[in-house]
Write a protein that binds this ligand. Sequence first.
Ligand code: BG6
Length: 508
Amino acid sequence: MTETAQPVEQQTSPLEEGLGLRRTPDPCTLVIFGASGDLTHKKLMPALYALMYRRLMPTRFAIVGVARTEGNDDSWRADMEDAVKKYARDGFRQDVWDELAPSMRYVSTDFADEGGEDRLEQMVESCEQEKDLGGNRVYYLAVPPPAFPTIVDALGKRKDREGWTRLIVEKPFGHDLASARALNKLLWAHFDEREIFRIDHYLGKETVQNMLALRFANGIFEPVWNRQFIDHVQITVAESIGIEQRAGYYEQAGAIRDIFQNHLLQLLALTAMEPPLDFTAESVRNEKVKVLKSLHTPGPKSVVRGQYGRGFVEGEEVPAYREEAGVAPDSVTETYVAAKLYVDNWRWADTPFYVRMGKRLARRETTIALQFKRAPHPPFEETATEGLRPNVLLIHVQPDEGVSLAIGAKVPGQGMQIRTVHMDFLYGGAFRTGMPEAYERLILDVMLGEATLFTRADEIEEQWLLVDSIVAAWQRDKPGFPNYAAGTWGPPSADDLLHRDGRSWRRH
Ligand code: BG6
């Protein structure tokens, strides 16, 4: 894009463009390592296209793709154009693409050789000069972790120049506490913590940010958001998909490292944290880390793991995990985890947080449910309230984004019968707008230097501390896998976990 280019015609409402009210990022170069990978195709390029579509990109920029795959500028542009056509949330518009594509360059290198490093540097410098980008650079590490050290060292060596540098690090961020600490050390050898943006894409989801709005922009929730009024909390991250073509990664990770360690614990931290002083990165992350520090499970019996066997998902027969390509036939990798957790602080003492996540469950659903204690003394006959369930505030992170409150209401008629009904807020109905993808928000935030929605080193380390303690207990015995059929809601032992406390998972 050049400075003189005509603005892309607006086709969306100003409301939809809430993001557009933000300041414009400085001119910069975005260097994507892993430019031929899945993430770049499915998420990063569609996100950049969406930002371009909404005129949220900097006035001057360059995007440099780096990968081992042979190719040149034109082949990469063609490949990315296909990806945008396939995965972008907006329809394909040639005029938008024509503004984006000329700013895209490609460098093919495996990075282990110094020659590749130099070629990349020359490419970035030539973009900087051509477009007057002021030396500002965002490096996006969308590569497997073994490639990190070589790349980070190489980038670190070249930091001595004009302009700012920011580094986006994709998950997995380590495999356990020790490796996460080592990775933090590696990053700190060259980068300041302010320059490091550790991605947890759940924090970029609109509905996850809305949790903060719900809690802290409304006076009515905060007074009851505690152990006195809330019986327990349930957090579900359910997926109907299997592991797709990611056996190599997933066999090492399992559900505990893939979802629990990051997305799930972040959802929990946002649910449980104290009101921050302001919405700056430090204030929000200080509060989240306090929650993570006070989080624990009462013991190994409070954590259930599962692995799916064959079954039916959305009417289609699917193989067992152990039958997926690249998975060991006797694999003990878990595809499901449920746990009871406690946040040991003044607000939440003795209030269980039941969490569950898994692959090949009955359907895709991410929800946070706060179940309230029952009314202390309902002045009705017992039969009147037989159909009444406790109040639940349900945050639908996805799909059907929204918030709903379950309350008791009188059934119309002569007698007094009370039944549960729902007060619903649905994004689609209230705002009539498309929901931005998490990566749009997050990439833009990095270009703006806003770190609130990124994970700080101490948060990651606390998250691993908890995971390590759970995994250590698992080493002691061999699980009887598979223990749930694909297309169900997980192993029966997960139900027992709640039944033992006289509770049950939310009905679907
Ligand atoms: C990723 C996990 O971080 O999140 C995947 O590695 C998972 O296994 C994905 O499928 C879920 O993300 P979303 O945004 O589809 O809920």
